[in-house]
Design a protein around this ligand. Structure first.
Ligand code: CS2
Length: 474
């Protein structure tokens, strides 16, 4: 992996907070990132949660450690002050721990300079983005952060509270000052994430600042990218055990797997860090990788989440150890998803499926199924429905995905466990109106809440209803 790694050793029980000063004082236990952390921020990142810290910040840290300059990141927290309170008292510093069956390995990441809050620091954020040294605005705002209506178009009301107005202010300032455009780099799990971001941003500008559209097209770019690293939400137990080990309390700590992948389309508006010197891949077409990742990894994850929770499991490594779920997961990946993917050169989908199973089995990662179950209405179109549509066109059925849909529908009925989803209330109301007999159509049928290219035919609808009926009594 990139950069110098540190192996922390047991160091008693102190409650000192991690910061540049306390870390420096640790000598051999944990050394500082070696580079000057007051250098310019070339990146402004929206959505500075655990995933960004364990993925893009890790690659950028490697670039900085290798001597590249002016690529610090200003983080933007979209919703709450939580991440700002985690990272700012630590001077932006945090640790990343890789966990596998062989144990744990921790290192400090220095790439983030500090965190601003979208609802509070609006003008400061726009100013950072407008500075000449800023070249990249990147995003991990999750699927719902793009503010799409169910037909994929921009929902202007939602967008008003999202990143769109902020970015517009910044781009207007750049244009006025005669500066270059920005690369807007989406790192979320959407199909064609960059193209979607470009389309949605253009839509927003056309309505709010029509004079900016041409400038945007001529000066900014929105490369597609495929991001992959499994990052369970950090728990208090994780932080406490890290503290036991390194003697410092790190409120911003992230815990992840050793594996990491980042594939980015070669479409930058200006300068960029040499992420490709540290494991990222810059390619002309991200689509085959992104499609495989969404339909196989994420598609399998969502199945394990909804079916696994119903089977009484809590973590991914438990669900994948269940022989029935394991068989279904393999079938979903190999028989349902893989045949819909036009593999790129050197891509081996069978090997990919096997590698994914091994990653799901990682006993060092307590990856909660409940975390994956969140926001299903935003996830399943690109994870399941595209596969269903393509297979149906070929006259093939996807019994495992249909099974997954059944479990998802039972989940969003709302009486099994809390449902975290922007459409939770609407789905619950639809369940009340439509019942077991009508819910499949109310959600997926013509004019339904998630109507898409795929609308269930009679047999598919019957299959899903069969799951609802047999599982309802559980
Ligand atoms: C997961 C993803 O929470 C989820 O929906 O499927 O976060 C998954 O862990 C990542 O995409 C892996 O790269």
């Amino acid at each position: 992996g990139p950069g110098a790694r540190l192996r922390f050793r047991q160091d008693g029980l102190s409650v000192v907070r991690l910061s540049p000063d306390t870390l420096a004082g640790r000598g051999g236990v944990a050394t500082q990132p070696s580079y000057d952390r007051s250098q310019n921020a070339g990146i402004v990142h929206f959505g500075i949660g655990a995933f960004h810290r364990a993925h893009q910040a890790w690659y950028t840290d490697a670039c900085l450690a290798a001597g590249e300059r002016d690529w610090m990141t200003t983080g933007v927290s979209m919703r709450s002050a939580r991440v700002a309170n985690q990272l700012n008292p630590q001077g932006g510093l945090f640790t990343l721990t890789e966990r596998s069956r062989d144990g744990e390995e921790t290192r400090a990441i220095g790439a983030v300079q500090g965190v601003l809050i979208a609802g509070r620091d609006r003008s400061a954020i726009a100013q950072r983005l407008a500075r000449p040294e800023c070249h990249v605005a990147s995003f991990t705002v999750t699927e719902k952060g793009y503010c799409r209506a169910s037909d994929g178009s921009l929902d202007r009301e939602l967008a008003r509270a999202g990143f769109y107005p902020l970015l517009t202010d910044a781009l207007m300032q750049r244009r006025q000052a005669g500066r270059s455009g920005l690369t807007l780099l989406s790192c979320d799990n959407l199909s064609g994430n960059g193209s979607q971001l470009g389309r949605l941003m253009r839509d927003w500008l056309a309505g709010e600042a029509p004079g900016m559209v041409d400038w945007f097209d001529a000066n900014c770019s929105t490369p597609d990218s495929m991001v992959d690293r499994i990052v369970p939400a950090t728990t208090e137990r994780d932080i406490a055990s890290l503290e036991d080990r390194i003697g410092l309390r790190d409120e911003g700590a992230v815990f992840t797997e050793p594996f990491s992948q980042w594939i980015i389309a070669d479409d930058f508006a200006g300068a960029r860090p040499r992420w490709d010197d540290h494991g990222a891949k810059i390619v002309t077409d991200v689509t085959p990788y992104e499609t495989a990742k969404l339909r196989m990894l994420n598609g399998a994850h969502s199945l394990l989440a909804y079916a696994g929770l119903d089977a009484g499991h809590k973590f991914v490594h438990q669900a994948i150890a269940n022989p029935v779920l394991r068989g279904q997961t393999l079938a979903l990946m190999r028989e349902e998803a893989a045949p819909t993917i036009a593999a790129g050169e050197g891509q081996n989908l069978t090997g990919y499926a096997d590698a994914l199973i091994a990653r799901f089995e990682n006993p060092g990662l307590d990856h909660r199924l409940f975390q994956i179950a969140m926001d299903g209405s935003q996830k399943i179109p690109q994870r399941w429905l595209e596969t269903l549509a393509i297979q149906r066109e070929r006259g093939r059925r996807c019994p495992v995905i249909l099974q997954g849909i059944g479990h998802w529908l039972l989940h969003v009925r709302g009486d099994r466990r809390p449902v975290e989803d922007p459409l939770a209330d609407r789905m619950r109301a639809l369940w009340r109106q439509a019942g077991v007999g009508g819910i499949v159509n109310a959600i997926f049928g013509r004019g339904g809440l998630l109507a898409s290219q795929w609308q269930p035919d009679r047999i598919e609808a019957e299959t899903i209803r069969g799951v609802l009926l047999s599982e309802s009594s559980l």
